[in-house]
Design a protein around this ligand. Structure first.
Ligand SMILES: [Zn+2]
Length: 91
């Protein structure tokens, strides 16, 4: 669980945090206020996914492993994003 930036209580689940994005926010189960992560953190999470999707196209040796590479990169990137991106008050 992660701290709500408003009430400082640990009410935000990892999944709720991962689900935040430009169009969605995590809602605190205690105070009901909405928080989100920075656009910078969202872009940083997306960057390795883009690399994982396109790199195998340019490295023929990686092509047979393209699908597992993409799956691993997406899972790892979302977990790192969910665990490290700071929650901010949504304006
Ligand atoms: Zn709260």
């Amino acid at each position: 669980m992660y701290k709500c930036p408003y009430c400082e209580k640990e009410t935000i689940t990892l999944w709720a945090k991962i689900s935040t994005g430009p169009m969605s926010a995590a809602t605190c189960t205690d105070c009901g206020k909405r928080s989100t992560t920075s656009v910078r953190a969202q872009m940083l999470a997306l960057f390795p996914v883009v690399i994982g999707v396109f790199l195998p196209n340019y490295v023929p040796a990686l092509m047979p492993f393209k699908f597992p590479i993409v799956v691993v990169v997406i899972v790892v990137s979302l977990l790192v994003y969910g665990m490290t991106a700071p929650l901010m008050k949504k304006s």
